[in-house]
Design a protein around this ligand. Sequence first.
Ligand code: COA
Length: 403
Amino acid sequence: MAPYYAKISGWGMYVPENVLTNHDLEKMMDTSDEWIVTRTGIRERRIISEGETTVSMSVEASKRALAQAGIQPEDLDLIILATSTPDYLVPPASSMIQDQLGAQCGAFTLVAGCSGFVYSLATAAQFIQTGAYKHILVIGAEVISKGIDWEDRNTAVLFGDGAGAVVVSRTTRPGGLLSMKLGSDGSGWDALLLPGIGIKNYPSHEIIDRKDHKLKMKGRPVFKFATRVMSDATTEVVTQAGLTMDDIDVLIPHQANQRIIDLALRRLGFPAEKTVVNLDRYGNTSAASIPLALVEAMEEGRIKEHDKVVMIAFGAGLTYAAVVWEFQPWEIGPEDEEEAILVTNWPVDNVFQRKMQEMRLAAWKMKVQARTKASEASMAIMLPLYSFRKGLKKRINGDKKAK
Ligand code: COA
């Protein structure tokens, strides 16, 4: 059996219409367009309007990615949502997205700060490469604006909202995930922190008075960490893939700060022309940052078939993640059409055995369903009987006592 490879077969994005420029911020706090542009490269960002949420933006981006891939929500085997700003702490936003899309598959939320999308992409590739799944929706979506203290100029100027999604599909055409590095340095856990929303410090009047329900950031340490891991992790994945930076066609860095990107490019000796930057228009959209840049690069035709692309992110945790991804031909061929084989069956590739297995599975499923129905029915009969007997006993005992 030919090995399986992960292929990005569809992509889509959604950003709110509402634009907040540096000049708008000048009216809200003690800052200037000049300071923000020279220190970060950001000129404007998108902020959600009434009714927009992480889930609603994810659904829009996902619909576009599914249409691009030419598949239906029912074709999905798994949904992975990368976010640190879900609509609710409970339930997982991923399940709400699964429901609103009309998909009938598993879904989970992966929390790894701004590195979440790259973590999720690497995770999706594992499910594809084992043969377990055929189509996985990977989303990076974030509403950072809700967690911003609009009086804190240290953080308010940096972030924006948005969502990007890709469909990762199975193919036998070589390419996809060539190498990965998933990193974490938890010693820097408090460098980027939302202290008052969680189990340790549950929202209270004191939390709100202290503005602990808003994002706190130590900018300098994050800057230092970011520049180090950007060059180190990129070097590691490129070497791991048996390549050099000369072989890399496009670099998609986390869109946090132009100065961080410039420094990393200098260290890597990589040209700015081959690097995707859109932070001037969207700011730092955390887990949505890489997919937004990826989708725009795809739409502008900057990524071509067989291109080798590095995606590198860093963020709260502190986390970081990098991959080298080779893009296979877009055209759908017979290599993309092989039937799914359950990972439990793998490597059973004999058609007869597979069919037998499917039949056994169907019979077992029916047996379980029948057993469930039977126990539910017996419970429906027994429970009232049980309650009636309990009540009768109580009454008899009461009568005895009264005598
Ligand atoms: N407008 C105007 N002045 C500002 C300002 C703003 N928005 N924010 C900070 N300043 C001021 C500071 O108060 C300080 O003034 P002082 O010298 O009088 O004390 C001065 O600018 C320099 O501040 P400093 O924090 O040293 O600036 P910096 O060059 O380190 O840039 C960041 C600040 C936040 C842009 C930079 O540290 C950074 O990008 N860090 C990484 C953040 C990041 O990427 N976070 C997300 C990770 S996913």
